[in-house]
Design a protein around this ligand. Structure first.
Ligand code: GYE
Length: 307
């Protein structure tokens, strides 16, 4: 988009390199740390100048970062939107400045899809469904009620919205599955622990914890152990991500099932950036491939896990 019009699309010191402005969500989880590293490493490898900012999980910071990339006239802006809504104005500003935008990891709910070139990331609804399907399988032929507590991701974020709805869609087929408490843990370990402590105080029999990421699950494990219960046994735990610490807890029997969500989006993102700058067409949606892990599978996969 910016390449063709007047040749002014380059970065400030015009070293002939592509400049990418990336507005990251924050450093809230192991997933995010791996994602940031993937983006930084692959920019270097691709010879792309990376301007990187960390929004500390605040939309206003991300909007500021995007505006500063527009002022700097970077070639491409990429970002992982903290929440889904409220992006139209700043995306329109980028469009008016003829700077193409690539969404990574999380979606926006903007009706106007011409505001961005493409969206690369996971299918979070599918992740939630996979979590639900495993649970349904575990309790097949057992008619007793199953009391579930849910630790949601950041309120208003695409992965929290979608992991919640995908899971709910699957388990609603059988009324024995009851979500007795559901609250945000903001995708962090500390919040996961804190909210799980409150869940344990308020609910006598919790059978299952569904946490929207490993970090909240790991925090919750501390709370469960603190209450004198055995995570993975007294309370079965399902999480999403499959970062190393999560996989270790799964191999150790403290988590029961993990739905993978890959943070390694960097290489594909750099390819897309180059294509967009070259004026080549890119697919509207680039989906990440991912799997699921049982405890046995985690033991086998751990030695080669990169993150
Ligand atoms: O699952 C969680 C992180 O947006 C997919 O954000 C990402 C999520 C990831 O904080 O750990």
């Amino acid at each position: 988009a910016c390449g063709g019009d007047n040749g002014a699309g380059g970065s400030q010191p015009d070293d002939g390199k592509i400049t990418l402005g990336f507005a990251q969500v924050g450093a809230e989880s192991g997933w995010r740390t791996a994602n940031t590293k993937s983006i930084q490493d692959s920019a270097k490898e691709a010879g792309i100048d990376l301007q990187f900012s960390d929004a500390q999980q605040k939309q206003e910071n991300q909007i500021k970062a995007i505006r500063s990339y527009i002022t700097q006239k970077v070639d491409v802006i990429a970002f992982s939107p903290v929440v889904e809504s409220g992006w139209d104005t700043v995306l329109l500003e980028a469009k008016d400045a003829k700077i193409p935008v690539i969404l990574t990891d999380r979606a926006v709910d903007s009706k106007d899809t011409t505001l961005y070139e493409t969206f690369i990331g996971s299918d979070f609804v599918l992740e939630g469904k996979k979590a639900g399907e495993w649970l349904v399988g575990q309790y097949q032929g057992k008619p007793e009620p199953v009391n579930i507590v849910e630790l949601q991701g950041t309120t208003g974020s695409a992965p929290a919205n979608d992991r919640k709805s995908g899971f709910a869609d699957v388990i609603k087929a059988d009324p024995k599955f009851k979500i007795v408490a559901s609250q945000t843990g903001d995708f962090t370990r500390a919040k996961g622990k804190e909210v799980m402590e409150a869940f344990l105080k308020a609910n006598k029999d919790i059978d299952v914890l569904y946490a929207h990421n490993d970090d909240m699950g790991l925090g919750a494990i501390e709370a469960i152990e603190g209450a004198g219960l055995k995570p993975g046994v007294d309370i079965r735990i399902i999480t999403v991500d499959a970062v190393k610490d999560g996989m270790q807890a799964l191999a150790d029997g403290k988590i029961n099932y993990i739905v993978e969500c890959s943070p390694l989006l960097g290489p594909q993102l750099m390819d897309l950036v180059k294509k967009v700058v070259a004026g080549e067409s890119v697919p509207e949606r680039v989906l990440t491939e991912e799997t699921t892990f049982t405890q046995e599978q985690a033991k086998a996969a751990l030695p080669n896990r990169q993150y």
